[in-house]
Design a protein around this ligand. Structure first.
Ligand SMILES: [Fe+2]
Length: 409
């Protein structure tokens, strides 16, 4: 059922995507990005003068792509279940490429086939892939065993979660990334709702938790008037929705995509962040400490938000700006659910939920945290110091300067 306050329901999506596969950027300085992805805990799978491909431990050939070019988020990819799904997208999505073999270094790493298209609401280049193959990588460290009060799973073994018990080092080194967890976009109000509908219609995405702009009398002070007015002006009260893949009875992440309303006046859609899963809370904190040390040494990183634990999705999180301001998140212990979950409406009126504590069960408060830093690279403290052309290309969805990159996808 459809009414003015909700988004249209999807009867039959073109495909039901399996997961998100990778994110794609371009950047002027691939050396700086190679240092960043290594500090983040990704493994460089391929590097040449034109492209940097990085992966995690899971058996996927790459999770993160950076082309040499202007500073820009280009888009992201979905993994689908079959070549028939790729063909369905090619036949049904306006402007979609034909199904083709993945070419170049990306194809040599993992094979597979894909399609791509420029999604007109967001301006992002969306891709779908199938049939990529890779061997898993062995972790440098084993999984941690924890003693829980009264349930001691580690007896007679000292806990050494960073492998540096003796001697004790200031920098624990990077965490280890296992997989890509979710991608978050910040899209101008109104368009952000249309983008969510597109994701449901095209990739079968389900709503896990939906934040509605329902404000009780007396709570207005917690919701700044521009936010309220901009959402109301869209004709819907849907502020944002955590969306997941429809994998039937199989489990999937509570959210693989989140679309936020871009509330700072930036005119075009922005990459908010991508989250990469690590094994444990220790790995999240290890990454936090490593980035703090690297930043103190002069590396061009900046904390965006963390460490804390989310309410919706439950992940333990830590968010950092990369050299161009794009936010990369380490996370662990997220909720896994099947297609029977939800959809739930987030109660914006309940203290401790999304409104008053920034969606954290624990962690930095709204005042202390940088949750506003998730609107895009313009929120990076370094943004004002970037050259004019870098700032312009970061915020623009104009693809003309990267058209040769898009054409080769
Ligand atoms: Fe996140």
């Amino acid at each position: 059922m459809t009414d003015a306050a909700t988004l249209p329901e999807t009867a039959a999506p073109i495909v039901k995507a399996k997961d998100v596969a990778y994110i794609r950027f371009s950047a002027p300085d691939l050396d700086a990005m190679e240092t960043f992805v290594s500090d983040f805990g990704l493994v460089v799978a391929h590097r040449d003068d034109d492209v940097l491909l990085s992966r995690g431990l899971e058996p996927m050939p790459f999770l993160h792509v950076v082309h040499r070019g202007p500073a820009k988020f280009i888009g992201f990819a979905f993994e689908v279940d079959s070549e028939a799904d790729l063909a369905a997208l090619a036949a049904s999505v306006p402007g979609c490429s034909p199904v083709h073999d993945i070419a170049g270094a990306e194809g040599r790493l993992g094979g597979g086939k894909r399609v791509h298209f420029v999604e007109p609401i967001s301006g992002f280049v969306l891709e779908a892939v199938h049939g990529q193959q890779a061997e898993p990588l062995a972790p440098r460290r084993g999984r941690h065993t924890y003693n829980h009060a009264g349930v001691d799973d580690r007896i007679g073994v000292e806990q050494d979660v960073v492998g540096n018990r003796y001697p004790i080092k200031k920098d624990p080194g990077p965490s280890e990334v296992y997989r890509l967890g979710h991608v978050v976009a910040a899209v101008p109000p109104g368009a952000h709702q249309a983008f969510m509908t597109f994701l449901a219609d095209t990739f079968g995405m389900l709503v896990s938790d939906s934040a509605r702009m329902i404000i009780p009398p007396g709570a207005e002070e917690h919701f700044p008037p521009p936010l309220v007015e901009l959402i109301k002006a869209t004709g819907s009260d849907v502020m944002f929705q955590f969306m997941r893949m429809d994998r039937g009875a199989a489990e999937t992440d509570h959210h693989s995509i989140l679309v936020l309303p871009l509330m700072d006046g930036t005119p075009e859609a922005q990459f908010s962040h991508a989250a990469f899963e690590v094994f444990s809370m220790d790995d999240v904190f290890r990454g936090h400490m490593h980035f703090r040390e690297r930043e103190a040494e002069g590396a061009p990183y900046a904390l965006a938000w963390g460490v804390g634990r989310h309410v919706y999705g439950s992940q333990i999180y830590d968010y950092w700006h990369d050299p161009y301001g794009h936010v990369h998140e380490h996370m662990c212990d997220g909720d896994r659910v099947d297609a029977s979950y939800g959809p739930n409406t987030i109660d914006m009126t309940d203290p401790g939920q999304m409104g008053f504590n920034g969606g954290s069960q624990w962690g930095p408060t709204v005042e202390e945290s940088g949750i506003d830093h998730l609107n895009g690279p313009q929120c990076d403290p370094k943004f004002a110091n970037q050259p004019d052309e870098v700032r312009a290309s970061l915020l623009s969805r104009d693809l003309s300067e990267v058209q040769h990159i898009v054409d080769a996808i």
